[in-house]
Design a protein around this ligand. Sequence first.
Ligand SMILES: Cc1cc2nc3c(=O)[nH]c(=O)nc-3n(C[C@H](O)[C@H](O)[C@H](O)COP(=O)(O)O)c2cc1C
Length: 344
Amino acid sequence: MTTPALAYIEGGSGDEETLRDNLDAWRRLALQPRVLRDMTQVETATTLLGTAVGAPVGLAPTAMHCLVDPDGETATARAAAETGTLMVASQAANRSWQDTAAAATDVLLWAQMYVLRDRGLTRELAVRAKESGSRAIVVCVDGVAVPRRARLEGHAFVPPEGMAFPNLVSAAAAASANGRGVDLGAAVSAFDPSVTFADLTWLKECTGLPLVVKGVLHPHDAAACVDAGADAIAVSNHGGRQLDGCIATADVLGEIADAVGDRAEVYVDGGIRTGPDVVKALALGARAAFVGRPALRALADGSAAGLAAYLADLREDVRRTLAFCGCASPAEVRREHVRPRGPR
Ligand SMILES: Cc1cc2nc3c(=O)[nH]c(=O)nc-3n(C[C@H](O)[C@H](O)[C@H](O)COP(=O)(O)O)c2cc1C
């Protein structure tokens, strides 16, 4: 991988305060286990918007998997299918939602989208995601400005020549250019900064698929998204890549879960690295936690097999953490299992 590509993946925005705090915030929490509860059978499986998955862990949407593997998102999909993991496929992917869905039987896919200035194209792409087999639309709402990426200064990351962004172009444009040659900068400037809650209702109506709103960090916003029709809220600060200095997801997850109650599912990403991190997230009210950079590293290291091994290992870490906590399944994890860590 080139230095700029690695910096693009690993880095965050600004001084990377939020990037670091996402990791630290999980460490500021401690699990408080319960014992003597017969842990002979411990199940990691759960459901996300009604679909069965092997563990309360999913693959967060990340752009351009061809940077780390020549097969791109189709390799990711093979690993996801093999391990029963939900994959959220990015709108800035290098393989189309259709090809990603076709890469492995029974892969569970959701499509991540932005609301574009061109609402006709937004609708066309949402419908295409649905027709490709995506079972939900994940709309990312934290893209209203362009972040400053400190690590990239002086050696700006430019996607390799000819890199394809098939989920960002209309069928007509794809037919003429074969989905290639789309300038990522132009695509990013196509994201509509005027987006509001009313657009959520509109976007949901475009496909009728369940709608997940990703990038929520305030409990009032979470409640308003649910009022506008969201079926799930993904608590996320984009892995510290957008607003630097904003709150770590672990610090706001509990409040958001309380604000949403049982009206919608709540997910979280940002700094999730271990089974204990996942179980802390469940204790704070998340139904699942998602990983971004660790999955890209695993894919870079060992392609689909490497990613599948990583996901199996993380699932096993969740299983042993559940057992140690006295929880026979994700549903048994409660707020009482987590508390602020005491002073060191
Ligand atoms: C290289 C990279 C690309 C990303 N691309 C997208 C994207 O296209 N769409 C999106 O909604 N989120 C994107 N994200 C954010 C992730 O979905 C997720 O919020 C974040 O990676 C979670 O933090 P973690 O990397 O600490 O696990 C990206 C993150 C990374 C690291």
